[in-house]
Design a protein around this ligand. Sequence first.
Ligand code: CP
Length: 336
Amino acid sequence: MITTLRGRDYIATADWSREELDTLLDVAHDLKRKFALGEPTRLLPDKTLFMIFFDKSTRTRNAFEAGMTQLGGHAHDLTPDVMQISHGESAKDTGIILSRYGHGLAIRHDLEPGAGESYMREVARFADAPVINLQSDIDHPTQTIADLMTIREKFGQNTKGLKIAVSWAYAPSYAKPMSVPQGLISLMTRFGLDVTLAHPPEYTLMQNVVDEARHNAEESGGKFTVVNDMDAAFEGADIVYPKSWGIEELFSRPEEALAISARYKDWIADERRMKLAGKQAIYMHCLPADRGYEVTDEVIDGPRSVVYDEAENRLHTGKAIMALTMGGKGGAPPDA
Ligand code: CP
């Protein structure tokens, strides 16, 4: 267990070592147990987290706001339109000033490839407080760590050799960020899983992330394969994680993007495909899901679906990230 995470940014899972991520999951497990027992966990009394959402959110926003309350602190729920960011205030000034008022900054900026993570890293360069990535264009590290927690709860601590299918699926609602599949292939390959990424040819992920996943698999003894066939990815999988994402070059051209995606309406997680997976296979989705398009009701509401456990774990892992990075060292908290 690592005890020196105070003040650390959490912008990509790759920024933390495996041992640090294991610590995060240990703490999340402990906080989950205490939550179930109704034990108070006021580890961040009087501390403030500033959350800035450039995009909409249900789970992330509420997991972090509720989590901060449960830790004894407070989270400000901010959007750029109520801040001087909308008048062009710099990442540097925003980072310096908010970190003088409080103890952590958390940012979602996920719909503009090339802009989100670089904005967060610029804030972090100047902020004298940890910066937490609530979803960027590249990674969604508070989601994927909750996913890893859920996988361990279902299959045990040793994830080596578990076969996960990370697949594109059709959704008509909007071009969803690329950060969940990217975050999954980079994290799960580090933990030794056998990762198959499936997508239609147009839906390639960022090349540096794909290269990173390949490298991670070599290091961990896992596997990383890319296919253009959803059935092939589901074949014998222990975990299926089908979800939609957009085309990197077309986020600013939604009509073109939707026209391309409409060619692949048959990329859906349905009972036929679930039968291709292993007998014990679980169905995962970060949510929100486009029901009837990405997945049938039968699958998402069926016995293999763990989507609500996954969503719940956003709270416990979020609290662990905040407690570890924003907390004090040693001794009892002031109001214990
Ligand atoms: N999975 C996830 O990040 O959900 P929200 O977009 O609702 O935060």
